[in-house]
Each structure stands twice: as C-alpha cells, then as structure tokens.
Design a protein around this ligand. Structure first.
Ligand SMILES: N[C@@H](CCC(=O)N[C@@H](CS)C(=O)NCC(=O)O)C(=O)O
Length: 293
C-alpha cells in the first residue's frame, strides 16, 4: 500500500464503554492518548477538559510528526495526582495496541482510551469516547451534559451531516486520485460550509441552537484546521473559513472557552500535516481555486 492509499479516517476497532461493568469509572485508572495534529483526537482532549476529567484520566500527547513507525509517545503527558504514566516505557503508539491486543492488525490510530488496570483498550473511536466522557461526568460531577435527552435526535443528525458532508469530503478531496473525484468532494465541502454559515446565522450561538452540544465538539477541530492546513495541503482553496462571517464568529466564541481554545496547537498541527510521511504530495489533480480574474 502506498502512502497515498491510506484513508485518513481510520476505521476503529475498540468499542467498549467507559462506566460499564468491565470498565467501571475509577480515578487514575484510564489513560488517554492523543495528538495535537489529529482533529478526532482533539475532540477527546476538548471533552476531557470540559468535563473536569483532567483530574481523573491521564493524557499522553504524541509528538506532532508521525512516521511510518506510528505516533511517537516520548513527548508530553499530563498525569492524575502527579502519578507517572503507568505505560511510560512504551514509546510508540503501536506498542500500546500490541500490549492490549497482540493479534491486532489495523493501524494504531489516536485517540486511544486505555485501561491501565487490565492493559486493554477501552475505545479508540472519538465520537464514542466523547459521548462516554459526557455521560460519566454528567453522572458524577457538577457538569451539564452536551447531549441532553430532548436534543439527542437533532444532535445525532447534525453530527452525521458534519461527518458525511464536511469531514469525510475533506479527506476525500485531499487524497483524491483524479480530477473528477477531487472536484466532487471539493464542491461538497464548500456547499456544506455555506449551509453551516447560514445555519449559524439562524441558530445564534451554536450548531444545535443556543446550547453548546457534542455537535460543536465534532465541528470545531476540523474547522480550526481548515485555513492553515486543508486550504493549501488538500487544495481546498475556494475560500478560507474566515470569509464565512457566522462560522468565524462561532469559532471565536468557541475558542474563548478554554477547553476548546487552549487544546488547539496550530504550530503542532501544521508540522503534523505538512511533515508527516503519509500526506498527499503527488499530482493527480489541479487545484480548483482560488478564482483568478
Ligand atoms: N474514526 C477515528 C479516526 C481516528 C484517525 O483517523 N486518527 C488518525 C489521525 S487523524 C490516526 O491516528 N491514524 C493512524 C495512522 O495513520 O497510522 C476517530 O474518530 O477516532
């Protein structure tokens, strides 16, 4: 498989539930592995901070530049009660997967929620991890859910729409192998951004209305990487996000919430996107934008 054949939205394999009988919630027991580059991992950092789980779940942030040997874990970590990472001797993410599931053959993707008691992976799918963080925190802390029962259907629809019309098309554009495919997904991305801008103009503060929800946690990391990475690297160059007034205001509003703004590291994700071994570097298609008169 050539580098360009790797789809950047990894299919995940571990779907256990934090807070279940097998994985009861215990302070210091679970550890989160993320990267400042990965927008999916970013969702989990936002929710760990927003829920107050920073005091309960340790965090390792992988080095920004991924090589063919996987994410490097030798960098930063945040522990619970100053305890060192119980798995600090493993210096690459594939080692964590090997420890948890010796027969696992898939890619070693971030995020990973790891159980240090049983040395197993609880979950490696960001959308599930953030929902579980929300639930665990709602049940235990003074925290107001981002997934309220009366809005779950709407939030689910908005998340699906974000995934199908924005997030997946972003990667399909960047990794297209021919002009027609590139063009198709390129248009899809900008059609959705126009729709989102209109929606935010109508809803006011957030995607689902006047209340912050999990839909915003899904949207923020990808929108935050758009102008500095996807616009040039994936040739998504019709517009910058900053020309959409309502999206721009919305991103400013979210960025002021420390769980969002303080978990974003622009320099790290630029290095990660532009210097990683598996980014699109070859031809295949000419850019559709910007418009030149
Ligand atoms: N569906 C996953 C996607 C995670 C994902 O694609 N992670 C990428 C980085 S953005 C990764 O770690 N890929 C591993 C690799 O390329 O080896 C989720 O939402 O958690």
């Amino acid at each position: 498989m050539s580098a360009n054949e790797i789809c950047h939205v990894e299919i995940t394999s571990f779907h256990n539930e934090l807070g279940s009988e097998d994985y009861p919630f215990e302070k210091g027991r679970y550890w989160l592995f993320t990267s400042k580059v990965c927008p999916f991992a970013h969702r989990t950092e936002i929710m760990r901070a927003l829920t107050g789980l920073t005091d309960h779940i340790g965090l390792t942030i992988a080095g920004a530049i991924q090589t063919e040997h996987g994410w490097d874990l030798g960098g930063r970590y945040e522990s619970v009660d100053s305890a060192a990472s119980p798995i600090a001797d493993i210096n690459r993410l594939p080692g964590i997967y090997k420890l948890a599931a010796p027969d696992y053959l898939g890619r070693a993707s971030v995020p990973v929620l790891f159980d240090t008691k049983t040395n197993t992976i609880v979950n490696n799918e960001s959308s599930e991890i953030i929902r579980q963080f929300d639930q665990v925190a709602t049940q235990r802390f003074e925290y107001s859910t981002l997934y309220p029962t009366d809005k779950q259907m709407l939030i689910g629809e908005l998340i699906n729409e974000l995934s199908d019309k924005l997030i997946t098309p972003i990667y399909r554009t960047g990794f297209a192998k021919d002009q027609a495919t590139y063009q198709l997904y390129f248009e899809m991305v900008f059609t959705y951004l126009t729709k989102l801008d209109k929606r935010l103009g109508e809803t006011g503060a957030y995607i689902a209305g006047d209340q912050l929800t999990l839909a915003d946690v899904h949207a923020y990391p990808h929108l935050a990487r758009f102008d500095a990475a996807y616009h040039s690297l994936y040739r998504l160059n019709k517009n910058f996000i900053r020309v959409y007034p309502n999206i721009t205001d919305y991103m400013g509003r979210l960025g002021e919430i420390s769980a969002f703004g303080d978990t974003l590291d622009v320099q790290a994700f630029k290095e990660g996107y532009f210097l990683a071994w598996n980014q699109p570097t070859e031809g295949y298609f000419t850019p559709a934008g910007p418009e030149v008169n």
